[in-house]
Write a protein that binds this ligand. Sequence first.
Ligand code: NI
Length: 248
Amino acid sequence: MSNWKKRVQAGTLALAALALAAVPCLPRSEPGTARDVAGGAKIPAGPYVALTFDDGPKAATTSVLLDGLAQRGVHATFFVIGENVEGNELLLQRMAGEGHQIGLHTYHHKSLAELNASDFYAEVDELRATLGALLGQKDFMLRPPYGMMNAATQARAAAPIVLWSVDPEDWSDRDTERQVSVILDRAQDGDIILLHDIYPASVETALQVVDTLMAKGFHFVTVEELFAIRGKTPENGKVYRRLPPASQ
Ligand code: NI
């Protein structure tokens, strides 16, 4: 069995346990709408979305975000830059310890489409090794900076490649009100939302979006959890932008 298959199965069991405990973020759904997993436990039918944060961690803003997500019982995914790991080791361990997923965003935020093989491995594998030593895990998903990639990127990745389906371009104006409205207009079951945890405005955007969409019945999960919910195993080198329910 592949490592990803094992991780996703473990994630499914954890989600089923959450559903059984009927915690506020996974309320009981209508009869007949939940999917049977893990020996009869139910996972609510959704909708589900994954918040993802690139370019961090940054102590001042990421810690505020982690506090806000913890208060709301929400898990997110962080695609981190290797340069930002040094000095933020405890923050990353806190992130992993609180149930968030951590992924690769290269060591120096390089466009992977423009790198030769040895530079590619320096950017990706060194970060994988650094995070592996820090967090005690081997498998990390990859988000290419700028979403730039090609066939060589896919062949070299040794990781599932996670892009996004909702992008409010939060870097462009740091305007929480506009960003929130873009996300609320577009977010649907299975979407992967792109933000950056290095801007205070984006942290505020994320927390407002969580509050509004949770009130509408949305659940916020990590990308890995989204795979588990959909019953899909991520494949190395394959590109994922969203994970809609099977009926879509
Ligand atoms: Ni980036």
